[in-house]
Design a protein around this ligand. Structure first.
Ligand code: CTP
Length: 446
């Protein structure tokens, strides 16, 4: 039974004006072309949940690709189509992307098919989706603008705060939905419905996970690790024995839990700084999830998750760099070296590496040093360039790098902050009055 409701006023009140106008324009275009157009999925779910989400996904009853091309023309954008899936992406002039899908009866080869003749194509499209809360559509054509199409009790489930599949084969068709169920339930504080939970357990018992490609698994895992609360998702995964189903090496133990809790705190701290540079949060958690693994074990996990050689190499060297930097950081502290040496030490590590380094070194002073680097030192810019050295007559060669390094050190240590002082220092270094050799503690490791 379909529950009727019109949410036009909700759309008008909740959405930024330009998004609302975009939706009405799309609806008018649908009317002009004689097609029913809907906005579907996460956009509608989040609208009803009062969560900001302006990723517009459209479903067209008719030729979605042709409609996307018409949209591109009408809104001065571009359309990129994927004929195999009868989908397209419209990229508007401001860079906004809109996904357009085709709902067509003949398109579905559905194992659990209902008597298809009784279904409209939008209903069929929604029935293929993962959870009831994601299976909502809103009419955009002017004569029906704002009409909510809720065929599967989504509004009730949103009210009851429950994640439910639409049919019993959902996880068989797509086991990544098990991870999605956990992700949505943790994100919104929803429970997973009893029958849905039984289906999850059943799917896990039958090892459906083994059939999944590494790339798809990894995609879902990185989405989980990028959520507001990855740790609670990971704990849920552990409860369902999902982590060890993916690979036994990924299972949580006390040490890993402690480290992931520390990671969580570091990420929360970093978020509060409102820094310009946004880290890949999934990566910081992923390093934590793989803590305690040696290189060979890490390669095993990378292999299960379908990493490319390049990605394995990148993450592998990041793990090494973190370990080496941790070691040197303790030396830096122990030897009471100047702040500039902290700068050079941490300058070589990516933001993700730095945050992970903070998480895995709970010693308060170490955390303070990294924090000092992230909040102050890392922005250090010297006021002179190689051009100034050229004017001084320094011969091109490795001395440039050494002199600029020494000037940078003086700037970080606060002894040569202005351009005048830096030029003066550079002059003395260039004339050999003071050595431009980097200090010995910075000598490359054998
Ligand atoms: N979907 C699905 N099965 C999947 C992935 C996606 O049925 N394995 C459907 C869902 O109905 C979802 C839609 O495709 O609403 C779009 O997918 P996605 O963009 O991943 O979902 P959102 O709901 O937008 O999730 P998020 O808020 O995390 O972006």
């Amino acid at each position: 039974r379909k529950r009727e409701r019109n949410i036009a006023s909700l759309l008008r009140e909740r959405l930024p004006k330009e998004i609302f106008t975009l939706l009405t324009d799309i609806g008018e275009l649908g009317r002009d072309r004689g097609l029913a157009v809907y906005v579907v999925g996460g956009f509608v779910r989040d609208l009803l949940l009062h969560q900001p989400n302006f990723d517009v996904d459209l479903v067209v009853e008719g030729d979605g690709i042709a409609f996307a091309e018409a949209m591109a023309k009408a809104f001065h954008g571009r359309a990129k189509s994927h004929p195999k899936f009868k989908t397209a992406v419209v990229v508007l002039s401001d860079g906004k992307r809109i996904d357009v899908a085709t709902a067509r009866l003949e398109y579905y080869e559905y194992p659990a098919a209902l008597p298809t003749v009784e279904l409209s194509s939008i209903k069929m499209d929604l029935y293929r989706r993962d959870f009831t809360i994601n299976a909502l559509a809103v009419h955009l054509n002017p004569e029906r603008f704002g009409e909510l199409a809720d065929f599967f009790g989504a509004q009730r489930d949103i009210k009851d705060r429950v994640v439910r599949v639409l049919h019993s084969l959902s996880f068989v068709e797509d086991p990544t939905r098990i991870l999605r169920a956990i992700r949505f339930s943790e994100r919104y504080g929803f429970r997973i419905g009893a029958q849905t939970e039984r289906l999850i357990k059943n799917a896990l018992q039958h090892n459906f996970f083994h059939k999944l490609s590494g790339a798809r698994l990894f995609h879902e895992i990185s989405l989980i690790l990028g959520e507001e609360n990855p740790l609670s998702c990971l704990r849920r995964m552990q409860q369902y024995k999902l982590l060890s189903a993916i690979h036994p090496l990924l299972a949580l133990d006390t040490a890993k839990e402690t480290l992931l809790t520390a990671t969580d705190n570091v990420i929360k701290w970093y978020r509060l700084l409102y820094m310009e540079q946004a880290p890949r949060i999934w990566l910081v958690f992923f390093l934590g999830l793989c803590s305690g693994l040696d290189d060979e074990q890490f390669a095993t996990i990378a292999n299960r998750l379908g990493f490319t050689k390049k990605m394995l190499a990148e993450l592998g060297s990041l793990r090494h760099a973190v370990r080496k930097t941790a070691h040197r950081l303790y030396n830096w502290e122990y030897l009471k070296l100047p702040v500039s040496e902290l700068y050079f030490l941490l300058n070589g590590l990516s933001l993700e590496g730095l945050l992970y380094l903070m998480a895995r070194n709970p010693k308060e002073s170490i955390q303070k040093h990294i924090s000092l680097y992230l909040t102050k030192l890392c922005d250090t810019q010297i006021e002179i360039t190689g051009e100034d050295l050229q004017i001084m007559g320094v011969e091109p060669g490795p001395r440039y790098g050494r002199i600029l390094r020494a000037v940078t050190a003086a700037a970080v240590d606060g002894v040569a902050v202005s351009r005048e002082r830096q030029l003066e220092l550079a002059g003395r270094l260039a004339r050999g009055e003071i050595s431009d050799e980097p200090p010995v503690w910075d000598a490359p490791e054998a």
